[in-house]
Design a protein around this ligand. Structure first.
Ligand code: ZN
Length: 361
């Protein structure tokens, strides 16, 4: 996800730009694409790229300014806090026995402990992180876990443990306290309810409910104020992803921590996200029933894949266009990611729901 430029500190912007230069520099391309691959890399990648323009981001989609170290930390409610780098989010609960951290995104990295230190100093509580809860196994939300050492108690779904043992990444030690359906944490006099309601973004993504703080944390589903990135946040289970917001809204809460973007969410943000995904699904059904595949298959003859690609691209573009028009200026980056999401939604309608399947007579 591309960080917004407004509100990003000079330090983090410089780091981001430096990283970008290293990625797109011609010498780096040569290093990762040796021999003929590097020589045949498109000129648009190794030279000055031609970059498209996109619609402005609505101001309401952006969060507060970051500090000089590139983070923002604030109270959600009482002793529950959230921290962001404008692109990723984590949360922590201060207790009489230490701090419980929820996710450890590597982009926030060492700023996680700085944020905890800042709050602990201001409120006179311990700054020792004693527990770390994983929302799911993905490295972009857990890759700073090892910064908190061996002794922190790691908690997560049993599938998160299985996947982290499989991935064997030293930055993400597997949780040692696991659960299957539900687990209520009682730590330092505080209460947190963890639940698994089936696969969605990943098979292991859980709901983290703070019943005494009017807050729900559910990561990589709703990106408040923004459309999801590629393919509904690169999700593995599209029907599960689509159903997750209804489950989220079945909990009582006022504050939403989605794991991404620079601000917290509300129940209205979750509702707007649901409407956006429902509009894509409706438009995809219309497009599947409207765009005639015949000319694509006549044109490409025995090259079946060329026919499949051009036909599905045409259906996708037909379906995405009215959704992009409706949500531009409403959800940030509607013109950036709606098309890639529309393709997976229409494929899910075909493959998971069976719409359009025809049996040979
Ligand atoms: Zn993820």
């Amino acid at each position: 996800m591309t960080p917004s430029t407004s509100g990003v500190s000079t330090t983090s912007r410089r780091a981001f730009l430096t990283g970008t230069a290293a990625v797109v520099g011609a010498s780096s391309i040569a290093a990762v694409m040796p021999g003929t691959l590097a020589e045949s890399a498109p000129a648009s990648v190794v030279g000055a790229p031609t970059l498209p323009d996109y619609a402005p981001v609505p101001r309401s989609s952006l969060g507060p300014a970051l500090n000089d170290q590139g983070y923002y930390v604030a109270r959600v409610q009482r002793n529950l806090y959230w921290v962001t780098d404008a692109t990723y989010q984590a949360a922590f609960l201060t207790t009489r026995d230490g701090v419980v951290l929820f996710d450890a995104p590597p982009t926030i990295g060492h700023n996680l402990q700085r944020a905890v230190n800042e709050i602990a100093a201001a409120t006179g509580v311990s700054n020792t992180v004693t527990h770390l809860v994983y929302s799911h196994h993905h490295a972009d939300h857990a890759g700073a876990s090892s910064l908190f050492g061996k002794d922190v108690v790691r908690i997560g779904h049993e599938e998160t443990r299985r996947l982290l043992l499989r991935d064997n990444d030293p930055t993400r030690p597997a949780p040692t306290e696991t659960f299957r359906d539900r687990k209520t944490l009682h730590i330092g006099g505080e209460r947190v309810q963890l639940a698994w309601h089936g696969s969605n973004h990943t098979p292991d993504n859980i709901y983290i409910h703070f019943p005494d703080h009017d807050t729900l944390m559910l990561v990589d589903i709703v990106t408040s104020g923004w459309v999801p990135i590629y393919n509904l946040n690169l999700s593995e289970d599209i029907p599960g992803f689509t159903a997750a917001p209804t489950t989220a809204l079945s909990y009582p809460w006022e504050h939403f921590i989605g794991g991404h973007v620079g601000r917290l969410g509300t129940r209205d943000d979750v509702g707007l996200h649901q409407q956006y995904v429902a509009d894509i699904a409706d438009s995809a059904r219309t497009a599947l029933a409207t765009v005639d595949p015949t000319p694509y298959f006549l044109k490409y003859g025995e090259n079946s894949w060329a026919a499949v690609k051009t036909y599905l691209d045409a259906v996708t573009d037909y379906a995405a266009a009215p959704v992009i028009a409706k949500y531009t200026g409403v959800l940030a980056a509607a013109d950036v990611f709606t098309t890639s999401t529309t393709l997976v939604v229409l494929e899910s309608i075909r493959l998971d729901l069976g719409v359009g399947s025809q049996v040979h007579p």
